[in-house]
Write a protein that binds this ligand. Structure first.
Ligand SMILES: Cc1ncc(COP(=O)(O)O)c(C=O)c1O
Length: 464
C-alpha cells in the first residue's frame, strides 16, 4: 500500500465519530440501506435519535416500570441470548418461570398453590386473552354437555382496558361493558349481575381501572353471583384483571379479599412489568386450580427435545424478564414490595393534597382504594382560562408527560388528568412537578387560551 493511502486509512480509523463520513450524510430512513457502516458511527446515530423520545422517568402516563435496580440490568444482559420457549435447552429458566407461577399462586391465595397451572406472558394483554379463552372453552364444554347452543358467548365487565375489547373481537365474544355514570365510575355488583345470562362465559372486574385507577368490588361481584346461582342455577366464573392491583393489594392491603380466597375467582392476570417491578415484557396468568384450565388449550411440542406443554399466543420470547421477576421476588419479598408501594401511595396522597390546594382542580382520586396515582379534573363551576389538554401540553415543555383524556361511555364529556406514582417517583420529584404545575397556571393567567372554555354545571365544557 502506498504511503498516502496508509495515512487515509489511519485518519478514517482515528476520526472523531461526528467527523466520520458515516455521520457526514443522512442515513436512509425508509429505503433498505445498500452499504454496511461502522458499528460505532451507527450506534451514535441511533442513540442520538432516541434522545427525541420523552424521558421515561417523567412519563407519568404509564403504569409500567421506568426505574430498575442495576442488578436487573445485569441479569437482563446475561439473558439476552436466551429464548424462554426452549425449555429443554434452558431448563433453569423454565424452572424459574414455574417457581414464579407458584409464588404468585401462593401470593394470590390459591388453595392449590403448589400444583396449580399458570404461565408467563408478554404482559397483561396476552394474559387476559389466555384467561378469557379458558373461560370461553369451559363455558362451551358445559353448554355442549347440556346440548345447548354455543354461538352467542358474552363477557360482562366494567370500563375495561382495550385488551378486553380485543379479546371480545378476536374471539367472537359479545362484550357487555357496563357504562360509567358520573356517580359510579366503576362496575357495581348489581349492574354486573343484571347483564349475566346463560351465555355469560364470565365476569371480569378490574383491580385498578385504567381510567380512574380505582379497584372494582370483586368480593361484592362474587357474592352477587352466588345469589344469582342460588336463584337460577347459573354458575358464572370470575376472572380478575389485576394488571396493576395484582401486585399492589397483596402487599399493601393484605386483608382485601379479591383473589382466590373468593371461591368464584377462577383466574387472575397481572403485569409483572407494572407494579411487579420487572422490566418491560412480562405478565402472568394463574388459575385457581389446574382443573380450571381446559386440557385441549395446551399444546405439546417435542421438536425442541423433551415434551413441552405450552399455552401462549407467542412462541419465541426473551427469558430475561422472567429472570428479573424472580430476582424481584427474592430480593424484595412481601416486606420489600410493601415498602416500595407504600412509599408510592404516600407520595400520591401528598401530590393529591398539593393539587387540591392549587385552586382550579378537583382531585377525584388520590390513591385511596386503588393504584398509587392521582386523577383530577377542572373544578366545576369555575371559569378556567385553559383546558386540561392545554395544561398537559404546557407541562411537556418541562419534560413531564401527564395525559389529559376524556372518560369512556357514558362520561365522555368528563375530562381528567392522571399521574401514576411509580417506583422511582420520589417526594422530591413530586415537589418539582407541583412547582412546574404552578408555573403553568401562572403562564395561563398571563396568556389565557384565546377562547376560554367554561366548565358547565354538567361537568362538560362550553365556549365562554
Ligand atoms: C387494567 C389493565 N388491564 C390490562 C392492561 C394491559 O396490560 P399490558 O400493557 O401489560 O399488556 C392494562 C394496561 O395498562 C391495564 O391497565
Amino acid at each position: 500500500m502506498v504511503l498516502h493511502q496508509k495515512d487515509s486509512v489511519r485518519s478514517t480509523l482515528l476520526n472523531d465519530v461526528y467527523a466520520s463520513t458515516d455521520l457526514g450524510i443522512q442515513v436512509p430512513k425508509y429505503r433498505f440501506p445498500q452499504k454496511e457502516q461502522r458499528p460505532r458511527d451507527i450506534y451514535q446515530i441511533v442513540h442520538d435519535e432516541l434522545m427525541l423520545d420523552g424521558n421515561s422517568r417523567q412519563n407519568l402516563a404509564t403504569f409500567c416500570q421506568t426505574w430498575l435496580e442495576p442488578e436487573i440490568a445485569r441479569l437482563m444482559d446475561e439473558c439476552l441470548d436466551k429464548n424462554m420457549i426452549d425449555k429443554d435447552e434452558y431448563p433453569q429458566t423454565a424452572e424459574i418461570e414455574a417457581r414464579c407461577v407458584h409464588m404468585l399462586a401462593d401470593l394470590w391465595n390459591s388453595p392449590e398453590a403448589a400444583n396449580t397451572l399458570g404461565c408467563s406472558t408478554t404482559g397483561s394483554s396476552e394474559a387476559a386473552m389466555l384467561g378469557g379463552l379458558a373461560m370461553k372453552w369451559r363455558w362451551r364444554e358445559r353448554r355442549k354437555a347440556a346440548g345447548k347452543p354455543v354461538d352467542k358467548p358474552n363477557l360482562v365487565c366494567g370500563p375495561v382496558q382495550v385488551c378486553w375489547h380485543k379479546f371480545a373481537r378476536y374471539w367472537d365474544v359479545e362484550l357487555r361493558e357496563i357504562p360509567m355514570e358520573r356517580d359510579r365510575l366503576i362496575l357495581s355488583a348489581e349492574e354486573a349481575v343484571a347483564r349475566c345470562d346463560e351465555n355469560t362465559i364470565g365476569v371480569v372486574p378490574t383491580l385498578g381501572v385504567t381510567f380512574t385507577c380505582q379497584y372494582e368490588p370483586v368480593a361484592a361481584v362474587c357474592a352477587a353471583l352466588d345469589t344469582l346461582q342460588a336463584q337460577t342455577g347459573l354458575d358464572i366464573p370470575v376472572h380478575v384483571d389485576g394488571a396493576s392491583g395484582g401486585f399492589l393489594a397483596p402487599f399493601v392491603e393484605p386483608d382485601l379479599a379479591w383473589d382466590f380466597r373468593l371461591e368464584r375467582v377462577k383466574s387472575i392476570n397481572a403485569s409483572g412489568h407494572k407494579f411487579g417491578l420487572a422490566p418491560l415484557g412480562v405478565g402472568w396468568v394463574v388459575w385457581r386450580e389446574a382443573a380450571e384450565l381446559p386440557e385441549d388449550l395446551i399444546f405439546r411440542v417435542n421438536y425442541l427435545g423433551g415434551d413441552m406443554p405450552t399455552f401462549a399466543l407467542n412462541f419465541s420470547r426473551p427469558g430475561g424478564q422472567i429472570i428479573a421477576q424472580y430476582y424481584n421476588f427474592l430480593r424484595l419479598g412481601r416486606e420489600g414490595y410493601r415498602k416500595v408501594h407504600q412509599a408510592c401511595y404516600d407520595t400520591a396522597a401528598y401530590l393529591g393534597q398539593a393539587l387540591g390546594k392549587m385552586g382550579p382542580f378537583t382531585v377525584i382520586y388520590d390513591g385511596r382504594g386503588g393504584i398509587p396515582a392521582v386523577t383530577w379534573s377542572l373544578a366545576e363551576g369555575g371559569r378556567h382560562n385553559f383546558t386540561l389538554y392545554d395544561l398537559s401540553d404546557r407541562l411537556r415543555s418541562r419534560g413531564w408527560q401527564v395525559p389529559a383524556y376524556s372518560m369512556p361511555a357514558n362520561c365522555q364529556d368528563m375530562v381528567v388528568m392522571r399521574a401514576l406514582v411509580r417506583h422511582g417517583f420520589s417526594r422530591d420529584l413530586a415537589d418539582l412537578l407541583v412547582t412546574d404545575l404552578g408555573r403553568c397556571l401562572a403562564h395561563f393567567d398571563k396568556n389565557p387560551v384565546t377562547r376560554p372554555l367554561e366548565h358547565t354545571e354538567a361537568g362538560g365544557y362550553s365556549h365562554a
